[in-house]
Design a protein around this ligand. Sequence first.
Ligand code: DGL
Length: 281
Amino acid sequence: MTETPHSTAPTIGVFDSGFGGLTVLAALIPKLPRARFAFIGDTARLPYGSKSRRTIARYAVESAQFLVREQGAEFLVIACNTASALALDAIQDAVPVPVLGVIEPGATAARAASKTGDVLVIATDATVQSHAYKAACAAQNLRALEKACPLLVPFVEEGWTSHPVTDEVIRIYLNELATQAATDGLNPDALVLGCTHYPLLRPLIERAVPAGMNVIDSAESTAATAAGMFNGRAKPKHAINDNQPTEIHCFATDSVEKFERLGSRFLGRPVGKVQLVDLGG
Ligand code: DGL
């Protein structure tokens, strides 16, 4: 059992397969500064991006239930692109609170950024195979070309966010994507970072894309959507006290020290003491 919340602020649960989703939490905090945030990174079972829908759904549901049952979350943000792409329905069925994923906000941000109506998406294998971004973009009248970049998550996990090898691999992936786009007759002007880890590679990615290509991180768009839902439809049970500082509680299913060390890089501030949680195998 983990420490039970004492706070009277409404709890927003944020879930990722690892600590990459802290980039989404970083965007949520200024939008909902009076909330209490409970973040869980399922670090023991990362990466999700190479696993099957069934496994991803089982893992993601366990984390979502932890946030709702043990942390009292009244609203969930699924910061993990892979879990949003493959398990959003399963999570929504499993918990009695509103759940927001990152795919639709990402497509909305791409719509706002693209003039040509053609966009590129880079993501994990599982996200690309699900074609969740393609479908969400089509709903916004965008044509999307998706590409899996499976080497990038391990590079970020290794802390190689400005390493020459990472730089070279990004260029190779993006060149392949540009060649495919030309073959398909697309004229893309936006690139969606469809994975929690990729915002950490943004400087390298921005240097590698052609001039005029907008690089989209769904975190801001997700945070704006979350704030709208939370302040509207998902009314908190508790009154919000304006003088209450943002509370952040982080949980991980493994490697708490690594989470504490690297997590601050994703969150942009110290993550504090991270608690270990056992969600089973
Ligand atoms: N969180 C995952 C995502 O956003 C990336 C890491 C993983 O493969 O688990 O797709």
